[in-house]
Design a protein around this ligand. Structure first.
Ligand code: FMN
Length: 193
């Protein structure tokens, strides 16, 4: 019987929170566009569980364009302090509106205003242009709550495979690959390092 990969992830993530100098929730997100061209960038994990791993972003940026053309992605955590890596691959769905609303509401006001002001992935002529837009939205929402922009929200990567890599002596690294089965169970195999 395979161990539960989500329980193992929780254990490693808790250990990373205790040992990483910053951003234990930072993960590389790899996408590919309609032509199959890959791209990768860092995002922050903001929710996770058996239904998937959630990050938030501008839904008009490059990664969103890739995802809307090809709803598959890969995630990679590298916890250097622990010499561990976790790779996740799966299908991507939009987070529920209420879920995105709740997360947006939990952010600092400056982050909320930044989400409104950012034209992510588009060229910017000068830093001052962005700062002027932040001031413009600050004035627009003065005295009230900042609503979630319609172009900003979450994505969930629902894994079909999760691989845990642990550094071991003599380069005998340990790799455990969990693969989702059609019946919803997970099967586990060891890989050569
Ligand atoms: C540690 C770290 C965390 C980041 N987290 C996020 C994030 O959660 N969401 C996001 O949209 N961009 C995040 N970024 C910025 C992205 O890496 C990227 O520059 C931006 O989202 C534009 O990506 P795109 O043009 O591929 O859409 C983060 C960058 C770093 C270095």
């Amino acid at each position: 019987m395979a161990d539960d990969p989500f329980a193992l992830f929780d254990t490693w993530y808790a250990e990373a929170k205790g040992s990483e100098p910053n951003d234990p929730n930072a993960m590389a997100l790899a996408t590919a566009d309609a032509a199959g061209h890959p791209s990768v960038r860092m995002v922050l994990l903001k929710g996770h569980g058996p239904d998937g791993f959630v990050f938030y972003t501008n839904r008009e940026g490059r990664k969103a364009g890739d995802l809307h053309a090809n709803m598959h992605a890969a995630l990679l955590f590298h916890w250097k302090s622990l010499r561990r890596q976790v790779r996740i691959e799966g299908a991507v769905t939009l987070a529920a509106e209420a879920e995105s609303d709740a997360y947006f509401a939990s952010r600092s006001r400056d982050s909320q205003l930044g989400a409104w002001a950012s034209d992510q992935s588009r060229p910017l002529d000068a830093r001052e242009t962005f700062e002027a837009r932040v001031e413009e939205v600050r004035a627009r929402f003065e005295g009230g709550a900042v609503p979630r922009p319609p172009f900003w929200g979450g994505y969930r990567v629902t894994p079909r495979a999760i691989e845990f890599w642990q550094d071991r002596a003599y380069r005998l690294h340990e790799r455990r690959l969990f693969t989702a089965q059609p019946d919803g169970e997970w099967s586990e195999g060891l890989l050569y390092p």
